[in-house]
Design a protein around this ligand. Structure first.
Ligand SMILES: C[S@@+](CC[C@H](N)C(=O)[O-])C[C@H]1O[C@@H](n2cnc3c(N)ncnc32)[C@H](O)[C@@H]1O
Length: 238
């Protein structure tokens, strides 16, 4: 029944979305695969209140960040497959929340990144494409530059749930640049979602990986100077 409500919300008009998104409850969000990250995030937020979060890939789950963070920036990486429709619809839902901002980075013209996506869809590693890793690095810097500017402070948490499917390569690019990196759908080692490439992640020594396997899988990569948080989140997970 709840799933049906969410599916209906997904397909209804902006007006309807706008009216209903604030009524979405934790239970509904946690039961839906697109938003089941609310459960590990609820544990995280009980232990730690970040000063801000940047979300790559917005949706109904955005409301959970608005409820728990002082500043939320949803940055849509615009790709040809989805265009601006989803972002525009979601903007209608969130535009009246003072602590929320939305913005976009259009990568529809970036042929190297699009080729990376094509290769990743085929479950191959795009790293060997000429200039691919440079473009990923440039994209990560663009995201950070825009994020820091719009938030007027450094990004503390970045959540990667983007329509741009090379999510693993973004995670790698954010190591050393953002203290808390979180990725969604990380259980996806086979089937379509294998295209996210999460097996390509290499965790550096100064970060700790904490994986929540329930549902689609949500993984936190936390810089080791956040020792208390790492300890408590590991305890809480059990
Ligand atoms: C999985 S969704 C993000 C979900 C979001 N983080 C949440 O918790 O609700 C990732 C991306 O898929 C793309 N997308 C396009 N149309 C969509 C639709 N109808 N439903 C879900 N995602 C869509 C958008 O680019 C969106 O940012």
């Amino acid at each position: 029944m709840k799933k049906k409500l969410l599916m209906a919300l997904c397909s209804c008009s902006c007006f309807c979305l706008e009216a209903k998104v604030d009524r979405l409850e934790y239970k509904e969000l946690s039961e839906w695969r697109m938003t089941d990250h609310v459960e590990p995030f609820s544990k995280f937020f009980m232990l730690y209140k970040p000063k801000n979060i940047v979300e790559l890939g917005l949706g109904f789950g955005t409301v959970n960040f608005i409820r728990n963070c002082d500043k939320v920036l949803s940055l849509e990486l615009v790709v040809p497959r989805f265009g601006m429709k989803w972002f525009n619809e979601c903007t209608q839902c969130y535009k009246d929340f003072d602590t929320w901002q939305g913005s976009t980075i259009d990568i529809c013209e970036n042929l190297v990144l699009l080729e990376g996506q094509r290769v990743s869809y085929l479950f191959e590693n795009p790293s060997k494409i000429d200039f691919y890793l440079e473009e990923i690095n440039n994209l990560s810097n663009l995201i950070l530059g825009k994020g820091n500017m719009l938030l007027s402070e450094e990004i503390e948490v970045i959540f990667i749930d983007s329509g741009f499917i090379c999510r693993a390569d973004l995670v790698n690019a954010f190591f050393g640049k953002v203290p808390i990196i979180v990725a969604h759908d990380t259980n996806s080692t086979n089937g379509f979602y294998k295209g996210y490439g999460y097996s390509r992640i290499t965790v550096p020594e100064d970060y700790e990986r904490i994986h929540f396997s329930k549902g689609q899988g949500t993984t936190f990569f936390i810089r080791k100077d956040y020792q208390n948080l790492i300890h408590s989140l590991n305890e809480y997970k059990l």
